[in-house]
Design a protein around this ligand. Sequence first.
Ligand code: UDP
Length: 327
Amino acid sequence: MDNVLVAGGAGYIGSHACKAVSNAGFTPVCFDNLSTGWEDAVKFGPFEQGDLLDRARIDEVIAKHKPIAIMHFAALSQVGESMDDPGLYWRTNVLGSLNLIEAAVDAHINKFIFSSTCATYGDQDNVVLDEDSVQQPINAYGASKRAVENILYDFERRFGLRHVIFRYFNVAGADPEGEVGEFHQPETHLIPLMLDAIDGKRDALTIYGTDYETPDGTCVRDYVHVCDLVDAHLLGMQWLTDGRPSAVFNLGTGSGFSVRDVVDHSKSVTNKEVPIIEGARRAGDCTQLVSGSSKAEAELGWKPTRSNLKSMIGDAWRWHQTGHYSK
Ligand code: UDP
C-alpha cells in the first residue's frame, strides 16, 4: 500500500484526513509534534512524532516511509493568538512549511497538498470571494498562510513541485462514526465553545461583536463539514496523480451563517438553550467570509454532502458528549 505523509495528522482536520486516506486504500503516516494534536487521535496508520522545525527529523521520516504524496495540515490556526504572538505564527507556519516543502523537493515527492485559509483574503465586505480575489490578510494567521502559498508558487516554478492549495472556510463537525473529532485545549472555536455552554462546561458563550455590518450584527462565516473538507484532499491527490496542473481551490459551500444563526440552530439539534454574553469584537476577525466559488465542485468533482448546520452541529454534539482525547 502506498504511504501518504500527513503532517499534523494528530490534529482536528489531520486526523479526519488520516481516516479518509486510509479508507481510500493508502497508509497515512502521521507526522505531528503533539503541540495541539493528540496521540489518541492517531488511529489509522503509523505515528512519527516530530517537529517541522527539525528538518533532519522530516528527512528521516520521509526516507523511512517513502510517501507518494504529502498532505500538510500542521500549523497554528487561531486568529486571536496570531495577533498576540505573530512571531510564533511566522516561525511555526512559515518556517515549518518551508522545511517540509524543501524536504519534499529533495526527496522528489511532487504531490503536495496544502491547507490554506480564507483568512488570506482579508476583510472584503460584501465581496464574493473566489480564488482570484485579491488577498489582503488582516491577521498574522492569514498572512502566514499566504506566505506559504507564495513559497509553493516559487518552488513549482523552480523545482516543478506540483501542489494543490485548499483555502478552507470554517471547518466544523466531526466524524459521524465518532472515531475522531474536534478537541482543542484551550478551545477557541465557535461550535465547540457553544456546546460547552449548552452542557454547562462553561457559563456562557461570548458573542464576539454584535455591531458588525451584517443583517444581525454578528460575523458571517461559511461552515464546511470536516468530512466533506477532507474528501476534497483525496480528490486533490487524484488530480495531481492524473497529471493535472497545480491549482488552488476554495473549500466553502457559498452559504453564510452568522454567529446568531449558528446559536439559534443549535436548539433544534440539542433541545437546549445557549447561555449568551454579548461581548466586544475579537482582534483580527473579518466581518464576513463566504466563498463565492464553485470551482472545487466544477473542476475537482467535490460534492459536499454534510455541510449543513444540522449535520455539522449534530455530529459535533455527538462527539462532544462521547468523545475526547487524554494524551
Ligand atoms: N466566535 C464568537 N465567540 C466565540 C468564538 C467565536 O462569537 O467564543 C465567532 C468569531 O468571532 C467568528 C466566528 O465565531 O466570527 C467563528 O470563529 P472561529 O474562532 O470558530 O473561527 P474563525 O472564523 O476565527 O476561523
